[in-house]
Design a protein around this ligand. Sequence first.
Ligand SMILES: Cc1cc2nc3c(=O)[nH]c(=O)nc-3n(C[C@H](O)[C@H](O)[C@H](O)COP(=O)(O)OP(=O)(O)OC[C@H]3O[C@@H](n4cnc5c(N)ncnc54)[C@H](O)[C@@H]3O)c2cc1C
Length: 415
Amino acid sequence: MQAERPDVLVVGAGVIGLSIAHRLLRAGRSVCVVDRAHPGAGASHGNCGTITPSHAPPLAAPGVIRKALGWTFRPDAPLYIPLRWDPDLWRWLWKFAGRSNQRDWWQAARAKADLLNASRQRLQHWIEREAVACGFESSGLLYAYRDAAAFDAHCAAHAPLAQLGIRFEVLDAATMHRREPLLRDAVAGGIHFPDDACLRPDRLVAELVRLIEADQGTIRGSAEVVRIDRRGKRVQLADGQWLGAGKIVLATGAWSPRFAADLGVPIPLQPGKGYSLTFERPASAPAMPMVLRERAVCVTTWADGFRLGSTMEFSGYNDSPNPVRLDALARGAQEYLDLPVDRARGEAWHGWRPMTWDDLPLIGPLPDAPDIVLATGHGMLGVSMSAATADLVVDRLCGRDAEFDAAPYRVERFA
Ligand SMILES: Cc1cc2nc3c(=O)[nH]c(=O)nc-3n(C[C@H](O)[C@H](O)[C@H](O)COP(=O)(O)OP(=O)(O)OC[C@H]3O[C@@H](n4cnc5c(N)ncnc54)[C@H](O)[C@@H]3O)c2cc1C
């Protein structure tokens, strides 16, 4: 049963907003979720579904700028920034470049690892406890390298991860081929992360919806929020209607910056467009999720299919699919794997990751309006970070002490 004015209004029905809504209902709060389209309309639908503490190292690594500049004019490169006049993007890139040093890299890696490690455990416990049918597997994850120099460099760069509680083992080419017989001979070596996992993200979204509805939460689709009145704790929908609540959570992913003026805080996100291609499962498929490192293609296998995904494109909210980038996924996979990848048979999808320039999410209340909470900016790792993010937000909204330090993700760090 839904109260007229719910305890909490959640804006955005992606994996972050839905995870928060579900946990709030379990904490005894009445909850309404609104989405401008429908649950899973954003990045949470067709992503790769890997749960990856292994990805704690931020994108802004020493040397990444040199590499990115070399890719600027290659539309099939893993990171693509088509040249255009966009002051917000250039400001974002400037800040991002400023973080590409050893000290900031390590600081962000530590903060990401805390959230990722906590989330990995919580996600599994929750999925088992609630019998969430989303194909979750404690699968581990394999990085594969074709280039021996890149392999050596990455092995050295990954050494400090052990200090962050991220276990890994370095594998030579022969061991890689034993572990994954579909790998082609050209593979030079790899890194295995035993604690990573995977799930089917669209099913996770569907299960969250099921649980929310079973707990009498309300989910309203086709309800676009156009304005937030932070003092009045209400939002205005595109049809002019106002919805009020005791507290408001903003979980609108890559679309969050449009509310910066209403909320009175900078929300320096850029939409990082990514693609995926999903295929029916062939007779033999990779045994565990893999990242084909030089091409930055992620391969995830489920009982009924496999997906190639990734690529990062900073082209704003441009909604047209880019066939060059979809081809790059298929071509990249075939360089590493003896796998039938007929691009025409794959189901193509694209979505926008909410990317902050320090690679950390924004989780927490507004400095001057504690009943308005942000939960956005999860970048490439929103599924992986969803459970711990939800716990941080729900602890905050219910006045409970958080189990770990939320300071690195606070909203006012960009002010
Ligand atoms: C190709 C690709 C692969 C990825 N692979 C992985 C992976 O393997 N593992 C991982 O952890 N992460 C992965 N990610 C990242 C992950 O998908 C995102 O971090 C995550 O989905 C973000 O969730 P969210 O709920 O914040 O945003 P979204 O899922 O984008 O949800 C935001 C919601 O807000 C709604 N909305 C927006 N504006 C409004 C408004 N004004 N009013 C009402 N509703 C609004 C949208 O309709 C949308 O439903 C990948 C992303 C991509 C693109």
